[in-house]
Design a protein around this ligand. Structure first.
Ligand code: ZN
Length: 217
C-alpha cells in the first residue's frame, strides 16, 4: 500500500495533544493504523512535547498523558502487525476497516444517492463530528460540492480522483468550506471510505440545487 496523502502536521499535532474530538480522532487514528510514516511523526511529536514540558518548571500535567498516547499507538501498531481483529457481525464486509472501528456497534448501509450508500459509525460518546462509511460504485461522479464544515476522508478500498489528486487505500483527504470537489470513483471495484464530517454538504450549480433535496446527507 503506497500512501501519498497524509493528515497535515497541525492535525497530527492535535491528535498527539489529545485535542481532537472523538469523530476527528477516529479518522486520524484510522489513517495512523495503516501509515507507519505518520505514526513515526506522532511519536516524534510526543517526545518533542515531553522535552518542552520538562523545561517548563510549573506546568503540571497528567502523569500518564504521554504514556497513554504511546500505549494507544502501540496498540494500533500491534493490531496491524498481528492482524488482530475482533469479529463483529455487520462490519465484516468492509475491507480495510481498522479493528478498533469494528468494535463499534454495527449498522446497515443506507441509500443516499444513486450508486452511493452510507453506513453510520455509532461512536461510544457524543461528538460534534459525525463518522460514517461511504460506499460509491465504480464510475460514480459526485457533482461539484462544498462543505459548511469540514470533511476528513480515509480511503479503505477502491479509489477516487479530484482536483487534488488520486486517493487510494490508506490515503487521507481533508476538505473544508473553501474546497470545491468534483469527485470521480476511478477504481474497478466500489470505493469505501471512512468519513468524519461536521456541517452539511452543499451542492453547487443549478443541477446541484435541483438535486439537493434528493440527497439525504
Ligand atoms: Zn500518513
Amino acid at each position: 500500500m503506497t500512501i501519498a496523502h497524509h493528515p497535515s502536521d497541525e492535525l497530527l499535532t492535535a491528535f498527539a495533544a489529545g485535542t481532537l474530538d472523538l469523530g476527528q480522532h477516529v479518522a486520524v487514528a484510522t489513517h495512523l493504523t495503516g501509515c507507519p510514516h505518520c505514526r513515526r511523526v506522532v511519536h516524534a511529536m510526543e517526545h518533542v512535547g515531553g522535552t518542552v514540558l520538562s523545561d517548563l518548571p510549573a506546568t503540571p500535567m497528567s502523569p500518564g498523558a504521554f504514556a497513554a498516547i504511546e500505549a494507544q499507538l502501540d496498540g494500533l501498531a500491534s493490531a496491524v502487525a498481528t492482524g488482530a481483529r475482533k469479529v463483529v457481525a455487520g462490519f465484516d464486509d468492509v475491507p480495510g476497516l481498522p479493528p478498533f472501528v469494528r468494535d463499534y456497534p454495527s449498522s446497515s448501509w443506507q441509500w443516499i444517492a444513486p450508486k452511493v450508500h452510507l453506513r453510520p459509525v455509532r461512536l461510544p460518546d457524543a461528538s460534534a463530528t459525525r463518522v460514517f462509511l461511504l460506499k460509491s460504485q465504480p464510475g460514480t461522479r459526485m457533482i461539484e460540492h462544498t462543505h459548511s464544515g469540514f470533511e476528513m476522508t480515509c480511503v479503505l478500498s477502491g479509489s477516487f480522483v479530484h482536483a487534488g489528486g488520486r486517493f487510494g487505500p490508506g490515503d487521507f483527504d481533508f476538505g473544508d468550506g473553501s474546497t470545491d470537489h468534483e469527485v470521480m470513483i476511478d477504481s474497478a471495484e466500489a470505493c469505501i471510505c471512512l468519513v468524519a464530517m461536521q456541517g452539511k454538504l452543499k451542492l453547487n450549480g443549478i443541477l446541484g440545487r435541483l438535486l439537493q433535496p434528493l440527497i439525504r446527507m
